[in-house]
Design a protein around this ligand. Structure first.
Ligand code: PGA
Length: 251
């Protein structure tokens, strides 16, 4: 059975003290609650170790927002998947549209990152999604299919079973313009069919597919009520417990 997951993506926000405070407050808010989803927070690299050791990571998973496409060596400024895993983080967000657009991450690079994440026991939260122009010219299905095929379809079934997908239409990220529940469902169902075509129905049904892009407390319930939407990757609304908790509780 696939899991429901609500994952925060803090992006480049919060200094270390602020980040620790947010993680601890979220931990406190979740302490005596039973929720119907796994909760993950995607934090800047330098927060990983401190955040992971200040909360119970079986209650709140910790994610990096990136990792290197090389295992180790002379790559100044890079952070390897092994380093991420050694902090106590269990997840890594890969292929976010901001990384693809601003840091020129190609499907080939992402393929290497996914492999290294898996080798080091991290769960990749792999992001896919079209830009506005691609949707308007009705290429969105092809674009998303190709993003999945080029970076993930060489994985063995065993490795693929560890992947979480996040569909994030780029035009909805940070814009306040959410995909409608129907648009999200349509794409998520298409993604699941694409997975079924490669790895079989059971694997497709077991893969968690999150929606991301201006998800918030007021639209989360409707988005999550779709049969193929298994949670959210939440940017802006993950930066405060007051905004993030209602999304977690939308399940
Ligand atoms: P947003 O970001 O919720 O602020 O739109 C989502 C994301 O980029 O993961």
């Amino acid at each position: 059975m696939r899991k429901n997951i609500v994952a925060g993506n803090w992006k480049m926000n919060k200094n270390l003290q602020e980040g620790l405070e947010l993680a601890k407050s979220l931990h406190e808010a979740l302490k005596d609650k039973t929720v119907n989803c796994d909760v993950v927070i995607g934090v800047p690299f330098i927060h990983l170790a401190s955040v992971a050791s200040s909360i119970d990571t079986t209650k709140i998973g910790v994610a990096a927002q990136n990792c290197a496409d090389k295992a180790s060596g002379a790559f100044t400024g890079e952070v390897s998947a092994e380093m991420v895993a050694s902090t106590g983080a269990g997840y890594v967000i890969l292929g976010h549209s901001e990384r693809r657009a601003y840091y020129h991450e190609t499907p080939e690079i992402l393929k290497e990152k996914v492999k290294l994440a898996l080798t080091n026991g991290l769960t990749p939260i792999f992001c896919i999604g079209e830009v506005l122009e691609e949707r308007e010219s009705e290429k969105h299905f092809d674009v998303v299919k190709s993003q999945i095929e080029t970076s993930l379809f060489e994985l063995s079934p065993e490795d693929f079973s560890k992947i979480v997908l996040a569909y994030e239409p780029v035009w909805a990220i940070g814009t306040g313009k959410t995909a409608t529940a129907a648009q999200a469902q349509e794409m998520h169902a298409f993604i699941r069919e694409t997975l079924a075509g490669k790895y079989g129905r059971e694997m497709a049904d077991d893969t968690s597919i999150l929606y991301g892009g201006s998800a918030n407390a007021s639209n989360a319930k409707e988005l999550f009520s779709n049969p193929d939407v298994d949670g959210g990757l939440i940017g802006g609304a993950s930066l405060g417990v007051d905004k993030f908790m209602p999304i977690i509780e939308a399940f």
